[in-house]
Write a protein that binds this ligand. Structure first.
Ligand code: ADP
Ligand code: MG
Length: 340
């Protein structure tokens, strides 16, 4: 078997100390194979962004401790110097953030921001970088790219700015692209276009992608594999079709039930997950989701709950996972077909 491009192993990220200690990421392990798309889904605060910042080496230097390994091409990125990481960042691993306005430099024309990356990492001449930047914007669906190159970020619409961010991220043909809620700040129609663009571009370039989102609908048509996170841990991990057809963790089921369904009568109420992420209890012996779970029993708060492989490639961290008969009867498979 070939080695995965990225292998996160037992990653812990802890902020603060003593009373204020927060374990933002707690023993997270997952792999990303070259050219594949992995989804990471969970409500706000579940540790999705902190995991990706750890991969990029962008966690704050102070008040933050890490443990575990992040192997990229078999080499551990955790604990490397900024100088070493800056050779990898942008060139081998690139990132697209939720809010392009805060990641683009507001006082530098968009074109310069694209050419800068090409000149730094690819040692291109100014003229070659300019041509390439124009090509990139065009590929990212930005009309009239030569004019756009001279404009500043505030002159572009939200959707165009996100396209410019994608152009910058893909400028050096990275082997891994991490997208952190790339469409959350966009209108629904633009969201779909940007997702389509991303999936086309990564397929063309053979780039692997991690798609981070709070919205299972986003990963439905896109990802090869999905990891569901809750309170810093992976609670379910499965190939995409398997996950949508047989969601076995009660939290994953809750996320699916809160997506509007075409096969339900109009006006039928959505079934949101009760409570909020604040109702979480600390992992330890208890399941952190127990206070919000309809299936909770005493064992859920005394058991000690490991991620277990229930069928090939499908892992679940739950004392009372749904059976396959149950998921079939629940008709979750219909969602799988519909959200595609
Ligand atoms: P999300 O899944 O929404 O991306 P994050 O990964 O951003 O969640 O955050 C996970 C947890 O880590 C949250 O409880 C958050 O408050 C905490 N956290 C994130 N960054 C910091 C920080 N710089 N200092 C302290 N706590 C942080
Ligand atoms: Mg986040």
């Amino acid at each position: 078997m070939t080695e995965p491009l990225l292998s996160i192993r037992n990653l812990d990220v802890t902020f603060g100390r003593g009373e204020r200690e927060t374990r933002a990421v707690d023993g997270v392990s997952y792999d990303v194979e070259a050219g594949k798309i992995v989804g990471v889904v969970g409500e706000s605060g579940s540790g999705k962004s902190v995991t990706s910042l750890a991969v990029m080496g962008l966690l704050p230097k102070r008040g933050c401790r890490t443990a575990g390994e992040i192997l990229f091409d078999g080499k551990n990125l955790l604990g490397r110097s900024d100088a070493e990481l800056s050779k990898i960042r942008g060139k081998e691993i690139a990132m697209v953030f939720q809010d392009p306005m805060s990641s683009l430099n507001p006082v530098v024309p968009v074109g310069t921001q694209v050419t800068e990356v090409l000149r730094t990492h690819e040692q291109m001449s100014a003229a070659a970088a300019k041509d390439e930047a124009g090509e990139l914007l065009k590929r990212c669906g930005i009309p009239d790219p030569q004019r756009r190159l001279k404009e500043y970020p505030h002159q572009l619409s939200g959707g165009m700015r996100q396209r410019a961010m994608i152009a910058i991220a893909l400028a050096c043909k990275p082997r891994l692209l991490i997208c952190d809620e790339p469409t959350t700040a966009l209108d629904v129609t633009i969201q779909a276009q940007v997702l389509e663009l991303l999936s086309e571009l990564v397929a063309d370039l053979g780039t692997a992608m991690i798609m981070i989102t709070h919205d299972l609908g986003v990963v439905a048509g896109l990802c090869d594999h999905v990891n569901v996170m809750y309170a810093g841990r992976i609670v379910e991990s499965a190939p995409r079709r398997e996950l949508f057809a047989h969601p076995q963790h009660r939290y994953t089921q809750g996320l699916l039930n809160s997506i509007p369904r075409l096969d339900h009568p109009r006006g039928a109420p959505l079934r949101p997950i009760p409570g909020t992420p604040r109702d979480t209890v600390a992992w330890g012996k208890a399941c952190a989701f127990a206070p919000r779970c309809h299936h909770v029993t005493d064992e859920c708060v005394t058991g000690g709950i490991e991620l277990e492989e229930l069928s090939t490639g499908h892992q679940v961290r739950c004392v009372h996972p749904a059976t396959r008969q149950e998921t079939q009867a629940d008709g979750s498979a219909a969602v799988a077909e519909e959200v595609r």
